[in-house]
Write a protein that binds this ligand. Structure first.
Ligand code: PMP
Length: 450
């Protein structure tokens, strides 16, 4: 609309006085575990713009960690939530069915079911809960206990999920003992190929490595599941080589192992397809979803093939899981993602928009690599894009990344780091090409000033 901002508008020096006051109270009363990458306290949002408590309007390339699919306060989502909350906001899905969650499950499985293959859905509230449900189901179904996960992965902060997480020891230090029976293997990162492999061979190298473990340390018939992010999020926005996931599928089939795809960050249209694994012609047994499902309302889902979802009545549940208000927001989000409802300026659907605008951003960033040699790698799919900062010798440059992140913020671009030296670009999927240009302009200026 005509009233939408086109550029960030900074009315105060950052941080402004209200921001400082709230941050001081926050530091007094909230958990000491929270991180504060830069001083920002939101007051309200509209679309891809967030205005802080001092009236500074910023462009949001962070989206609450890849959550705000439809941007902030999308009218279609707001209306759906308002309508549901006047009916009822809770009854407990573990005990009563609710049409709004039944139809949400029906809509979600449509994106994964193949002819002759039915799927079912368990609803939770967070990514970690979806991951816990996936592990419990895999163990229950197979009667096996071991789980293989990847280095660099992030699966959440509950005990099972932090055990699976393989990225940073700060998530684990002082919290042990963790879940027994978890082994981590390298993730096939083509920019930094593990196990002495090359960008082309790193996928097969990881598969061979797992199979060698079956001969030496983990009997394959004790492995319940391999859990993996089809595109790795917190670890650095990494896209594996094309042959990797199909190869992993074949390995799992050979040994009767459940293949779990954690789509919490890359799923729900962000990669330009509903699920990021759909770029690779492969089908998992179990899928975990959260973040982007409901444009910010808390709901998560664990999807499993019907043949796998064999746990008995009463064996798993959640008081809040599948909350109807969050489910209403999820329906509205899906309306926009699938294109049943159009968002002005975003073509046929938000999923298509993520693909189109994401491709544009990635191409522009790749051009910027020629200008800025410290931009070692630009990768991703759709609006799931990572830019990795490197030293002249090619090693990761986390310090430069941190300076770049702060410089972007100071120019009005909300952004978030990941991995050792990566800035992720994970904006709302309603980002128009014009707004993308604004963001790219800020990034170029910030990088030029480093
Ligand atoms: N899995 C992945 C891939 C994630 O990126 C995250 C969150 N960053 C989680 C699981 C955990 O989600 P939550 O914080 O909602 O528990």
């Amino acid at each position: 609309t005509a009233t939408k901002p086109r550029q960030p508008e900074l009315k105060t020096a950052l941080p402004g006085p209200q921001t400082q006051a709230i941050m001081a109270r926050d530091a007094q009363h909230l958990s000491t575990s929270y991180m504060r990458p830069y001083p920002f306290v939101p007051d309200h949002g509209e679309g891809v713009w967030l205005t802080d408590v001092d009236g500074n309007t910023m462009l949001d390339f962070f989206a609450g960690i890849a959550v705000s699919t439809t941007g902030h306060a999308h009218p279609h989502v707001v209306k759906a939530v308002q309508e549901q909350v006047t009916k009822f906001s809770h009854v407990c899905l573990t005990d009563y069915p609710q049409e709004i969650t039944t139809s949400l499950a029906e809509r979600l499985v449509k994106h994964v079911e193949r002819p002759g293959e039915k799927w079912r859905v368990f609803f939770g509230n967070s990514g970690a809960e979806a991951v816990e449900a996936a592990i419990k189901l895999a163990r229950n179904h197979t009667g096996r206990s071991h789980v293989i996960s990847t280095l660099g992965s992030f699966h959440g902060r509950t005990y099972g999920a932090i055990t699976l997480t393989g990225s940073k020891t700060k998530y684990k230090r002082g919290f042990g003992p963790l879940l027994p029976g978890v082994t981590h293997v390298p993730y096939p990162n083509p920019f930094r190929p593990p196990l002495g492999s090359t960008p082309e061979t790193c996928g097969q190298a990881v598969i061979d490595h797992i199979e060698s473990l079956f001969q030496t340390v983990i009997p394959a018939d004790e492995v319940a599941a391999i859990i993996i992010e089809p595109m790795q999020g917190e670890g650095g926005y990494i896209v594996p080589p094309a042959d990797f996931l199909p190869g992993l599928r074949a390995l799992c089939d050979k040994y009767g192992i459940m293949l779990i795809f954690d789509e919490v960050q890359a799923g729900m249209g962000r990669s330009g397809k509903m699920f990021s694994f759909q770029h690779f012609n492969v089908q998992p047994d179990i899928i975990t979803l959260a973040k982007g499902i409901a444009s910010g309302l808390p709901i998560s889902a664990m999807l499993a093939k019907e043949s796998v979802m064999t746990w008995p009545v009463g064996s798993h549940g959640s008081t809040f899981g599948g909350n109807p208000v969050a489910a209403a927001a999820a329906h509205a989000t899906l309306d926009l993602l699938e294109g049943e409802v159009r968002h002005p300026g975003c073509g046929e659907s938000l999923m298509q928009n993520a693909s189109d605008v994401g491709t544009y951003i990635m191409n522009e960033l790749r051009k910027m690599q020629a200008e800025f040699p410290f931009l070692g790698d630009v990768r991703g799919a759709g609006l799931f894009i990572g830019m990795e900062f490197v030293k002249p010798d090619g090693s990761p440059d986390g310090k430069l990344r941190d300076r770049a992140s702060m410089a972007m913020f100071e120019k009005g671009l909300l952004n978030l780091d990941c991995g050792e030296a990566v800035i992720r670009i994970s904006p709302p999927l309603i980002l128009t090409r014009e707004e993308a240009e604004t963001g790219l302009g800020i990034m170029r200026e910030a990088l030029a000033g480093l």
